[in-house]
Write a protein that binds this ligand. Structure first.
Ligand code: NDP
Length: 287
C-alpha cells in the first residue's frame, strides 16, 4: 500500500478529547436525550455506543425507550417535554422510525437549537446558506477527518458520490463552505469514472460495495469512504475497493475504522456545541 492511511479511530479519539475539554470548561454537564422506539438490534447497539461515548466525555446521556407501537401524538408530546427541559441540550430521535410514524413531523418537532442530528429544516437551511447551525454528524465527521489528515480543501477539486439528505447534500455544503470546487454525482451521473479521475478529494457515500476501482482514482487523490456494506461472507466493506485504490491514492480511509468512529464523536461535538450556544459561549462559527 502506497497511500497514507487516515486513521478514523485515532482522529475520533482526538476529537473526543477536545470535546471533553470543552465540557470540562462548562459550568454544568451538558445533557443528551436519545429517543428510541422499539427494539431493533442495530439501533439498540448504536444507542448503547452513544451512551457510553457520551459518559466518557462528561455528557449526561439518557435513553428514552418507548414501545414500537407508541402513537405519533405520544412521541410528539415527549419531544415537546424534552424541548422545554433546561437540562437537555441535545435531542436525538433514533432513525429509522416505525412505519406508522411520520419521520418528517418528528424531525420538525425537535427544537432546532437542540437538533444535534442537524436534520431540522432550520439547520438544513442554515447550512445551505452558509450560516452557523448544527450540522449532520457523518458529513461533519468527513470534514474533521480531512482536517485531521491535513488535507488542503480550499481550492481542491472535490467529488461527492451520493446526494442523500444525511450524507451527500450536507457534505456538498460543507466542502463549499471550506472553499473546495465541488461536484456531486448520483445514480444518474454519466461517465462516473471520468468524474472520479478528476477529483483531488473523492468522498464515496453510495452504499455500493467496492464499486470504486483503482483505475477510477486520480494518482495522489485523497479518498474518504463513507460507505458501509456487508458482503455475503460477512465482511464489512466500503464503496471503494480499498487494497487496489490504496496503491494509487495519496491518502485513504479504511472501512471499518475510517468515517464510522467520527460520526459518534461528532454527535458529542454537536451536543457540547448546542450547550455552549444555549449559554451564549459558542466557539464554532461554521463547521
Ligand atoms: P442513500 O441510499 O440514502 O443514498 C445513496 C446515494 O448514492 C444516492 O444519492 C444515490 O443516487 C447514490 N448512488 C447509488 N448508487 C449509485 C451509483 N451506482 N452511482 C452513483 N451514485 C449512486 O444512502 P446514505 O447516504 O444514507 O448512505 C450512503 C452509504 O454511507 C451507505 O453505505 C451507508 O451505510 C453509509 N453511511 C455511513 C455512515 C457512517 O457513520 N460511516 C452514516 C451514514 C451512512 P440517487 O440519489 O440518484 O438515488
Amino acid at each position: 500500500m502506497t497511500a497514507r492511511l487516515i486513521d478514523g479511530k485515532a482522529a475520533a479519539s482526538a476529537l473526543r478529547a477536545s470535546v471533553a475539554a470543552r465540557v470540562a470548561a462548562l459550568p454544568y454537564r451538558p445533557g443528551l436525550a436519545v429517543v428510541l422506539l422499539g427494539d431493533d438490534p442495530a439501533s439498540m447497539t448504536y444507542v448503547r455506543n452513544k451512551d457510553k461515548a457520551a459518559a466518557e466525555v462528561g455528557i449526561d446521556a439518557s435513553t428514552i425507550r418507548l414501545p414500537a407501537e407508541t402513537p405519533q401524538s405520544a412521541l410528539l408530546a415527549r419531544i415537546k417535554t424534552l424541548n422545554a427541559d433546561p437540562a437537555v441540550d441535545g435531542i436525538l430521535v433514533q432513525l429509522p422510525l416505525p412505519p406508522h410514524i411520520d419521520a418528517t413531523a418528528i424531525i420538525e418537532a425537535v427544537d432546532p437549537a437542540k437538533d444535534v442530528d442537524g436534520f431540522h429544516p432550520v439547520n438544513v437551511g442554515r447550512l445551505a446558506s452558509g450560516r452557523p447551525g448544527l450540522v449532520p454528524c457523518t458529513p461533519l465527521g468527513v470534514m474533521r477527518l480531512l482536517a485531521y489528515a491535513k488535507v488542503t480543501v480550499a481550492g481542491a477539486r472535490a467529488l461527492v458520490l451520493g446526494r442523500s439528505a444525511v450524507v451527500g447534500r450536507p457534505l456538498v455544503a460543507l466542502l463549499l463552505a471550506a472553499d473546495a470546487t465541488v461536484t456531486v454525482a448520483h445514480s444518474r451521473t454519466r461517465e462516473l469514472a471520468e468524474e472520479c479521475r478528476r477529483a483531488e478529494i473523492l468522498v464515496a457515500a453510495m452504499g455500493r460495495p467496492e464499486m470504486i476501482r483503482a483505475d477510477w482514482i486520480r494518482p495522489g487523490a485523497t479518498i474518504i469512504d463513507v460507505g458501509i456494506n456487508r458482503r455475503s461472507d460477512g465482511r464489512l466493506v466500503g464503496d471503494v475497493a480499498f487494497a487496489e485504490c490504496a496503491e494509487v491514492a495519496g491518502a485513504i480511509t479504511p472501512v471499518p475504522g475510517g468515517v464510522g468512529p467520527m460520526t459518534i464523536a461528532c454527535l458529542l461535538e454537536n451536543t457540547v456545541e448546542a450547550a455552549e450556544r444555549r449559554r451564549g459561549m459558542a466557539s464554532r462559527v461554521t463547521a
